[in-house]
Design a protein around this ligand. Sequence first.
Ligand SMILES: [Zn+2]
Length: 142
Amino acid sequence: MHELALAEAVVKTAVRAANDAGIDRIDRIVIAVGALQQIEPELFRYSLTSVLATADPRVAGVAFDVRTVDVAFGCRSCGTTFGRSELEEVGDETALEAIHLVPELAHAYVRCPQCGSPDFEITQGRGVTLERIEGEGGTSDD
Ligand SMILES: [Zn+2]
C-alpha cells in the first residue's frame, strides 16, 4: 500500500503543478525514486496507472517515466562524497548489503571510505521526487 499512497501523492502533485503552469493535458510525468526509498518499481508503475482511473481527466493519457536515483553520501568529517562504487572499491560488503536490504540501517553500517567516520549525510537517493511534467500548454520544472 506504500506504493499506492505514493502514486496518489505524485499524481495529485502533478495535477497541481499542471494547474500552476497552465497545462491542459499532461503527456508525461517524470519521477525520480531514491534507491533508499525501497519502492517496488513494478508495483509503483502499476499503482500509478491504477490511480489514473479516478484522477483528474487531464492526466488520462499520461506516460510515466520512473527513474531510480542511486544513493550518495557526504562525509561530515573529511568532506568526501561517496556512493556504491566507492564502497565497492574498499570492499565494504556489509555496508553495501545494508544499503540494499535495510536502507534504514545505512547509518549503522556505512563508514566513510576515506577516513572511516560514521558521521555522514545522505545527499542523494532518498524520497520520491516529481521531476518534471510535460504536456500541452508548456512544461514545468516543478
Ligand atoms: Zn570522511
